[in-house]
Design a protein around this ligand. Structure first.
Ligand code: PMV
Length: 328
């Protein structure tokens, strides 16, 4: 039954460097893709009823099952062109509900896998559009940054109002309305997991309540986040790690004031600081989940210190996006 894929089918995980939550309100956000987030191992047509399996998540969802993954499978079968049921097996390095884009990577991977099994060709923009619809099942009303990064990878600036009113001076390519690949290289980053999963939907709701209760102070925090993003992008361009660290921490201050940090996330950032991190923040919706820190030359020390305190994590190596000219 297991047929080898004739081409790799995968989707990126993501780490948000700047702008989670404020991005839901139209502010810009910056995220980096985690290569090999979800990879499809097996995708074939079958006669009756579809199934998707992800061993690391203990997941087996059928068209007849209940739950969000089965809903996602049904949605994908409906939206991907062509006909026919499928059997799909995936592998992942992303923990669920931890702020590293697992559901978006799943949504992209299942879209591509069904298209492959049905012998259909999809443009990346179509993959992303379908994945965005599937993401609604997991998150209610996602901003779109996760599915954008899950599809394209690289260093993605997501900005509904475009790039022109931002105070940044970098090369970029528009990949879609509101999505831009930036010509930047990110340094090595350390991503840590608190071990406490979160619900993005609940955290977005929490911020919404705060916004409705006090628009002015919430907008002030969103503006601070936007400033941190601009400072961070310019620091990346100038390869100024100190400024980048400061910008990450500035964004974290705003997130903390928004009420999405936790005791564990604060402890992880404190531990990282003692292990020579020069900046960091929660990454993703918060309420547990992930943190990302910059600890140039001390990445492993940081990881070890977290492990000693009972937390886990990984090093995301330096990444870059190269704009290929037509001559290449
Ligand atoms: O689901 P997470 O933890 O990867 O976070 C998503 C980022 C948010 O800005 C909180 C929500 C969104 O839709 O952009």
């Amino acid at each position: 039954m297991s047929a080898l894929l004739t081409e790799p089918i995968d989707a990126f995980g993501k780490v948000i460097l700047f702008g989670e939550h404020s991005v839901v309100y139209g502010y810009p956000a910056l995220a980096v893709g985690i290569p090999g987030g979800v990879s499809v191992q097996h995708a074939v047509r079958r006669d009756k009823g579809s199934v998707v399996r992800v061993k690391e998540w203990g997941l087996e969802a059928h068209t007849e099952s209940s739950g969000s993954f089965a809903d996602a499978l049904r949605k994908a079968l409906e939206l991907v062109p062509g006909k026919g049921d499928v059997e799909i097996t995936m592998q992942t390095r992303l923990p669920l509900g931890a702020g590293v884009g697992s559901s978006a990577a799943f949504s992209v991977a299942i879209t591509k896998a069904i298209a492959y099994a049905r012998d259909e060709r999809l443009l990346p923009v179509t993959v992303r559009k379908i994945a965005h619809e599937i993401e609604h099942i997991f998150h209610g009303s996602p901003s779109g940054i996760d599915d954008m990064v899950a599809t394209f990878g690289g260093i993605v600036l997501f900005s509904k109002s475009g790039i022109k009113d931002l105070d940044i001076r970098v090369g970029w390519v528009e990949i879609e309305r509101c999505g831009y690949l930036l010509s930047l290289r990110t340094p090595s980053l350390v991503v840590g997991f608190s071990g406490k999963t979160h619900s993005t939907r609940e955290m977005v709701e929490k911020v919404r309540k705060g916004f409705l209760a006090s628009k002015e102070s919430t907008e002030r925090l969103f503006m601070k986040t936007k400033e941190a993003l601009e400072e961070g992008i310019n620091a990346l361009r100038q390869k100024d790690l100190k400024k980048l660290g400061q910008a990450l921490s500035k964004n974290h201050e705003a997130l903390k004031e928004l009420g999405v940090s936790t005791k564990e996330s604060e402890e992880m950032l404190e531990i990282a600081k003692k292990a020579h991190a020069i900046g960091g923040k929660i990454s993703g919706a918060g309420g547990g989940g992930a943190v990302v820190v910059l600890a140039p030359g001390f990445e492993q020390e940081c990881l070890n210190a977290w492990k000693e305190a009972g937390y886990s994590g990984f090093i995301l190596p330096s990444s870059n996006f190269i704009i290929w000219s037509s001559k290449n």
